[in-house]
Design a protein around this ligand. Structure first.
Ligand SMILES: Cc1cc2nc3c(=O)[nH]c(=O)nc-3n(C[C@H](O)[C@H](O)[C@H](O)COP(=O)(O)OP(=O)(O)OC[C@H]3O[C@@H](n4cnc5c(N)ncnc54)[C@H](O)[C@@H]3O)c2cc1C
Length: 380
């Protein structure tokens, strides 16, 4: 009997657990998922939730409902990983040994280093609590300058600050106060999105909707007393409402276990998904340093590769299955329209995806159902 322990049961961990269970029916393996939360959240919904008050149960699901029978969920946090002893310690006081470890702990949102989110006019939409606060701030907003910026790169779902800019523009128009507001989008590059072809389209829409793009803005800190965001170069942008994506880093247990790079992301082989220099350990999702976006779509395409490679190793074979970096991404441009991008390690986003279509907007909205009914359960 081989034991596979998965640390972190967000989208990546649940997906790998279910894929392993489905692919290993006849094999004698034990699959254990260690995750303190009882529910899984469909994070893309935070973007829309900033502007409405959907009940939380509309975009969450109990983990027990979606795990295959073969997967044991331990509702605890991992407090220590000992790669020499091949064991983990958990917050319930127990220790567990493993034959194979899968690290899927996602990222830590470093709100502390910003030190300004306690203010009524500094917000983000990357967690449930933060989005709830932002809802309130948007409802109370009657005019002024809204500034949107990522604090650092990488961050989850690269287009989401742009999407927020489009949606906030729409929201203010609906409330008939758009003429009382300025929207500024700050970004560290020359263009508002890393991929030039996408950036051209985004800039076109920004111009049409009166959203100001501030290029080469390298965030340094928030001057919360004077309502200014300051760049590394000393540029100052005043805000009445700041939406700042918090810095992302790996979790402390990853660094403590010697599994993280400087930012705490796990150095992972981009093809096999095996953690560099560590036998029997794999990593997937936002916790890795893969040269692709931090997105659920990446995990969706990577999970079958990871599951197959572990099962090959259990059969005494080389883990030769390769992830090619393929992923897809909807870029929301209004509540009804999206662009659809797809790319891989080998090709940049395809041109046809730059069409801003109603049908993609519909897919993006309907995707929540596919996520809960099929993706999380490992069916697609
Ligand atoms: C606003 C927003 C919009 C997004 N839009 C999209 C989109 O349109 N398309 C897309 O593909 N992706 C999107 N994403 C990104 C997507 O949600 C994430 O990339 C995805 O959820 C990552 O899954 P993960 O399992 O790697 O990490 P997570 O979902 O963060 O899961 C990590 C899990 O590990 C657990 N954990 C952490 N530490 C420990 C520990 N010590 N012990 C045990 N468990 C631990 C956590 O509790 C958590 O459940 C969006 C994200 C946000 C925030």
């Amino acid at each position: 009997m081989k034991r596979i322990v998965i640390v972190g049961g967000g989208f990546s961990g649940i997906n790998v657990a279910n894929k392993l269970a489905m692919k290993s029916r006849r094999k004698s393996i034990q699959i254990i998922l260690v995750e303190p939360m009882q529910d899984n959240v469909y994070e893309p919904h935070y973007l829309f939730w900033s502007f409405n008050k959907d009940p939380v149960k509309k975009f969450t699901i109990p983990i027990r409902k979606i795990l295959k029978k073969k997967v044991l969920h331990i509702p605890a946090a991992v407090t220590n990983i000992d790669t020499k002893k091949k064991s983990i310690d958990m917050s319930n006081g127990e220790t567990l040994t493993y034959d194979y470890l899968v690290v899927s702990t996602g990222v830590h949102l470093d709100e502390e280093s910003v030190g300004a989110y306690e203010k009524d006019n500094v917000h983000h939409f990357y967690s449930k609590e933060a989005t709830k606060r932002l809802q309130e701030a948007l409802r109370n907003f009657e005019g002024g300058t809204i500034v949107i910026s990522p604090a650092t790169v990488p961050y989850k779902c690269p287009p989401s600050p742009i999407e927020f800019a489009f949606l906030v523009d729409r929201y203010l128009r609906k409330r008939k106060i758009r003429d009382k507001a300025k929207i500024k989008f700050l970004y560290p590059l020359l263009r508002p999105y890393p991929v030039p072809s996408v950036a051209v389209k985004v800039q076109e829409l920004f111009d049409k909707r009166g959203i100001e793009f501030v290029k080469f803005f390298n965030y340094d800190h928030v001057d919360k007393e004077n309502n200014k965001v300051i760049s590394l170069e000393g540029d100052e942008i005043e805000y009445d409402l700041l939406v700042l994506i918090p810095p992302h880093e790996g979790h402390k247990i990853i660094k403590d276990a010697g599994l993280g790079d400087r930012e705490g992301f796990v150095p992972t082989d981009r093809f096999t998904l095996k953690v560099n220099d560590h036998e029997n350990i794999y990593a997937i999702g936002d916790c890795t340093n893969l040269p692709v976006s931090k997105s659920g779509a990446v995990s969706h395409f990577a999970a079958p590769v990871l599951a197959k490679n572990i099962l090959l190793e259990i059969d005494g074979k080389e883990p030769t299955t390769k992830y090619n970096g393929f992923t897809v991404c909807f870029v929301v441009t209004s509540p009804y329209r999206s662009m659809l991008l797809y790319f891989s390690y080998n090709f940049p986003p395809m041109k046809f995806g730059l069409h801003n279509l109603f049908i993609y907007g519909f897919f993006k909205k309907a995707f929540k159902i596919v996520y809960f009914k099929a993706l999380l359960r490992g069916y697609l």
